[in-house]
Design a protein around this ligand. Structure first.
Ligand SMILES: Nc1ncnc2c1ncn2[C@@H]1O[C@H](COP(=O)(O)OP(=O)(O)O)[C@@H](O)[C@H]1O
Ligand SMILES: [Mg+2]
Length: 127
């Protein structure tokens, strides 16, 4: 319904992590849907995958409305939503799933510029 481009880039050709793939898919669906919701009718969402020291980092970067500084702390709280038909559960689920994978999730945002969700995963130990 919108004209939004999703661009995925990775600095490494192949990166493996240990995960429950359906859950991780859920995380990215939630983040990308939020990014689309936050954006007007056009723009781009960039997904950048990097290997950073001892973990894998995935950034979901949008050009949406952004989140005011004073509301950033509410992000991930159950039932916190600014949408008429929102549930306020998407991010809570994302936080839970990432925590179970021993990863981290962090949000940076600037009103009028956009929002970046940064997720990290541990690199599996070689066996
Ligand atoms: N990428 C984003 N840009 C701006 N605001 C966001 C973004 N992601 C989440 N939010 C804010 O966080 C709230 C909670 O998100 P979420 O837990 O997914 O619930 P919902 O999408 O049902 O509102 C959203 O209502 C919105 O205000
Ligand atoms: Mg959501």
């Amino acid at each position: 319904m919108k004209c939004i481009e999703i661009i995925i880039t990775s600095t490494n050709t192949e990166i493996d992590i240990n995960c429950e793939s359906t859950k991780i898919k859920q995380v990215f669906i939630n983040l990308i849907k939020n990014a689309i919701d936050a954006m007007e009718n056009n723009g781009e969402i960039r997904i950048i995958i990097d290997k950073v020291s001892d973990h894998i980092q995935v950034r979901v970067i949008d050009q949406g409305a952004g989140i005011p500084q004073e509301l950033l702390m509410k992000i991930g709280e159950p039932f916190y939503t600014t949408k008429e038909k929102g549930t306020g559960l998407g991010l809570m689920v994302c936080y839970q799933i990432i925590e179970k994978h021993e990863g981290t999730i962090h949000v940076d945002s600037k009103v009028g510029v956009g929002t970046t969700f940064t997720i990290t995963f541990p690199i599996p130990k070689a066996t």
